[in-house]
Design a protein around this ligand. Structure first.
Ligand SMILES: Cc1cc2nc3c(=O)[nH]c(=O)nc-3n(C[C@H](O)[C@H](O)[C@H](O)COP(=O)(O)O)c2cc1C
Length: 335
C-alpha cells in the first residue's frame, strides 16, 4: 500500500509550476502552511539521460521538509522514462542530490498536459493525448522502471482540441495510482475557466473503471475552502492548487492569516525567500529575475507596494536585492 492511500481525504497538492515551485518556494510554502503533497517542476527524462543531466538536477533538488514529493517527468523516449524511473525509485537521484540516506521521492508523475508549443510540436506532454501508443509505451516503461518501489501517476488535461472522455477512459485503464485532471483542454490553454463538471464526470468513470485510482481535480482554486467545496461536490480524492498560492502563500492553512498580514510581515517573508534563494542557488543555476514574480506575491496589498516593487525588481544581483530588502524592512520597522 503506497503512502498515497494514507493521505487525508480530500488531500491538498501544491501544483508543479516550472520556474516557480522549486525547492526554495516549496520550503517557503511548507513554512507557511504545508500542502499534503508536493510535486517537482517538470523535468525532461530524455535530458536526464543525456550529458545535460547535471544541469537538470536543479529541478529535482529538495529538502526533507518538502516531503512527500512526487518527481514529475516528461519526454519522448520510453527507454529514458524507464531509466529515469528506475533511478528515481532506487535512490540514484537522491544520492546524486546529496540527500540523507533514506530520503527519497515519494512517487513519479508523467506530464501529459503541458500545452506549450515546443513540447507539443515535439510530440510530448499534451501531444500524447493524440498519440495513445506512445502514451501507453511511456506509462509501461515507467512502471517497469519503478518496479513497484514507488507509485505512478499522470497529470493531464480534459482533451486536446475538445473534451475527450476516451482519453480519460484510456488513462483509467492503465492501473495508475493517481490521476490529476486540469479541467481544461490543451486548446483552451488558461483562457477559459476550468470545467469542474468534466472532472466530476472523470471521477464517475473512475468509480466504474478504476476504483483504486485516486482522482485529483485542478484549475482556478483560490482558497482551501473552495477546494473543499469542489472536492465534496464532485467527490474527489484531492485538490491541486497552483496559481492560487500567488494570492495567498498560506492557502493550505485551515484559516489563512495572509489577508491580515502587515507590510512588515510580508516584507519579512520575501526576505526569507531571497535569503533561501541566495543560499540554495549559489552557482547561478537560477537567474535573479526569477525572483521578480515572487516579489508581486509579497510586496502587495499595502501603501507604497507598487513603488517598492519597482525598486526591488531592478536589483542586478542577490546581494543588491538582499541589501534593498533589509533596508526596506528596517525602514518599515522604524515607521
Ligand atoms: C508558471 C507555470 C508553470 C507550470 N509548470 C507546470 C509543470 O511544470 N508541470 C505541470 O504539470 N503543470 C505545470 N503548470 C500547470 C499547473 O500545474 C496547473 O495545472 C495550472 O496552473 C492550473 O492550476 P491553477 O489554476 O491552480 O494554477 C504550470 C503553470 C504555471 C502557471
Amino acid at each position: 500500500m503506497s503512502y498515497l492511500s494514507k493521505l487525508p481525504k480530500p488531500f491538498f497538492v501544491l501544483a508543479p509550476m516550472d520556474d516557480v515551485t522549486d525547492t526554495v518556494f516549496r520550503q517557503i510554502v511548507a513554512g507557511c502552511a504545508p500542502p499534503d503533497l508536493n510535486f517537482t517542476e517538470f523535468v525532461n527524462a530524455d535530458g536526464l539521460q543525456s550529458p545535460g543531466r547535471l544541469k537538470l538536477l536543479k529541478k529535482l533538488r529538495f529538502t526533507p521538509g518538502e516531503r512527500p514529493l512526487i518527481a514529475q517527468i516528461w519526454g519522448k523516449e520510453p527507454e529514458n522514462f524507464y531509466k529515469t524511473a528506475r533511478e528515481l525509485a532506487d535512490g540514484t537521484f537522491a544520492r546524486e542530490l546529496g540527500l540523507p540516506v533514506g530520503v527519497n521521492f515519494a512517487g513519479v508523475d508523467l506530464n501529459m498536459g503541458c500545452p506549450q508549443k515546443s513540447e507539443v510540436n515535439n510530440g510530448t506532454c499534451s501531444a500524447l493525448i493524440n498519440d495513445r501508443p506512445r502514451a501507453c509505451g511511456i506509462i509501461e516503461a515507467t512502471r517497469q522502471g519503478l518496479a513497484d518501489m514507488l507509485p505512478l501517476s499522470v497529470k493531464t488535461r480534459t482533451g486536446f482540441n475538445e473534451v475527450d472522455m476516451t482519453w480519460i477512459e484510456f488513462l483509467l485503464g492503465q492501473g495508475l495510482q493517481m490521476l490529476t485532471l486540469h479541467g481544461r483542454t490543451k486548446r483552451q490553454m488558461s483562457k477559459v475557466p476550468a470545467d469542474w463538471g468534466i472532472i466530476g464526470q472523470a471521477r464517475e468513470l473512475r468509480d466504474r473503471l478504476a476504483p483504486d485510482t485516486l482522482i485529483v481535480g485542478n484549475g482556478d482554486v483560490q482558497s482551501r475552502r473552495q477546494g473543499l467545496e469542489l472536492a465534496e461536490r464532485y467527490r474527489l480524492d484531492g485538490v491541486m492548487i497552483g496559481r492560487g498560492v500567488f494570492q495567498d502563500p498560506f492557502i493550505f492553512a485551515g484559516n489563512s492569516p495572509w489577508p491580515d498580514h502587515s507590510a512588515d510581515k510580508r516584507i519579512a517573508l520575501y526576505r526569507k525567500q531571497v535569503q533561501l534563494f541566495t543560499k540554495t542557488w549559489q552557482d547561478g543555476e537560477r537567474p535573479i529575475h526569477t525572483l521578480n514574480k515572487f516579489c508581486k506575491i509579497y510586496i502587495n496589498g499595502f501603501d507604497g507596494a507598487k513603488e517598492l516593487r519597482e525598486r526591488l525588481m531592478k536589483a542586478r544581483d542577490t546581494e543588491e536585492l538582499t541589501r534593498l530588502v533589509a533596508e526596506t524592512q528596517q525602514a518599515h520597522y522604524q515607521a
